[in-house]
Design a protein around this ligand. Structure first.
Ligand code: ZN
Length: 168
């Protein structure tokens, strides 16, 4: 396993849509292991392949504080969602930036597991939020895209300040 470099907000890779995975290869398995290692070591709840520079529809999620519920989703797709709620959210590609975003609190998601089997997962709360956040990355969307323009502008100013200090 290896630590992967997280691409930060401002990097154009975060604005490229990821491709569907046709076949679960050894490379996909290795990638997901590296993604878990990277995500856990940075205390993230989820990570999407484009955040580490791979344009593949693969994401890892684990919202369990004991890190005992790892979930790898290949080609995930939300098939239904209900009850929108506004909750605080963050992202490994935007360290120490948090904002409230409205998302479904209940979701049903279809995905392929690492055995190539089609699975369905019903999720609620934090897990549902993490899944929606990671699928957004596969579609080149970032959580601050949902914010009103003035809030986004403030965040971008803050990022610019940090970039100047070499802290981004
Ligand atoms: Zn993110």
């Amino acid at each position: 396993m290896a630590m992967l470099e997280i691409k930060k907000y401002g990097d154009s890779v975060l604005r490229k849509k990821s491709d569907f995975v046709r076949k679960i290869s050894k490379d996909i398995k290795n990638l997901s292991e590296d993604m878990f290692e990277t995500m856990y070591s940075l205390r993230g709840l989820g990570l999407a392949a484009p955040q580490v520079g791979f344009f593949l529809r693969v994401c890892t999620v684990d919202v369990d504080p004991d890190k005992k519920s790892p979930l790898v989703m290949v080609n995930p797709k939300i098939i239904s969602g209900s009850d929108k709620v506004l909750e605080q959210e963050g992202c490994l590609s935007l360290p120490n930036i948090f904002a409230k975003v409205k998302r479904f609190s209940n979701t049903v998601t279809e995905y392929m597991d690492l055995e190539g089997k089609c699975k369905t997962i019903e999720a609620e709360g934090l897990l549902a939020r993490a899944i929606q956040h990671e699928i957004d990355h596969l579609d080149a969307k970032i959580f601050i895209d949902y914010l009103p323009a003035w809030k986004r502008k403030n965040i971008e100013k803050e990022i610019k300040r940090r970039r100047k200090k070499g802290d981004w």
